[in-house]
Design a protein around this ligand. Structure first.
Ligand SMILES: [Zn+2]
Ligand SMILES: [Zn+2]
Length: 196
């Protein structure tokens, strides 16, 4: 594992700026790796780790940088729960830890550095200095990860009976004997512009 400073440099580059979220994300991921005993997540241990993130904010980018887990490698799973939390799963052992940033950490950063006016600067410094146990709550958890959720899984590809688009990884929905994609099954997040 690299040092906090080295990871922060990489996170700044990947994310476009250094912010309190980067510090939080880097420390969260480093703690997760330490708990799992994974030392080289982007090298020799790269097939061992799957990470679930629960928020789409700054910290998530930093978690990706440290762990090497990427959406496109299917090693990063997004659950849109709006929580500053992530779960680190060692798929070789089934061990997993969910780590959540404590709500009280903001207030603690304020008390540690009342002299700093900018909230972001105050939290950036505070989150660097705080003890892990002041910054995070850690829970040992079990994550049910079916085979099709694993990074290297090769599954059948199916075609939607209505729109004809291909669907990977058992994301289809079978209803009344018809195999549908999620859009045609009514879960669409878009509609064609001609529909008013
Ligand atoms: Zn940011
Ligand atoms: Zn369809």
């Amino acid at each position: 594992m690299l040092s906090l400073d080295d990871y922060l440099k990489e996170a700044e580059l990947a994310h476009g700026h250094l912010c309190a979220g980067q510090v939080l994300g880097v420390r969260m991921a480093m703690l997760g790796l330490r708990k799992l005993g994974i030392d080289d997540p982007r090298g020799k241990d790269r097939k061992r780790l799957v990470t679930f993130v629960e928020i789409d904010r700054c910290a998530t980018d930093a978690v990706g940088v440290v762990t090497g887990c990427r959406l496109g490698k299917r090693a990063l799973k997004f659950r849109d729960w709006g929580k500053m939390a992530a779960t680190f799963v060692d798929v070789s052992t089934g061990c997993a830890y969910r780590i959540v940033a404590r709500e009280s950490s903001k207030e603690l950063a304020r008390r540690m550095h009342p002299e700093i006016e900018s909230k972001n600067q105050q939290q950036m410094l505070g989150y660097r200095e705080m003890k892990d146990e002041d910054l995070f709550d850690v829970q040992a958890v079990t994550v049910d990860l079916p085979p099709q959720e694993f990074p290297g899984y090769k599954g059948d590809r199916i075609v939607c009976a209505r729109c004809g688009e291909g669907i990977n990884f058992r994301r289809e929905i079978v209803r009344d004997g018809e195999t549908l994609c999620r859009a045609c099954a009514g879960e669409s997040y878009y509609r064609p512009v001609s529909e008013k």
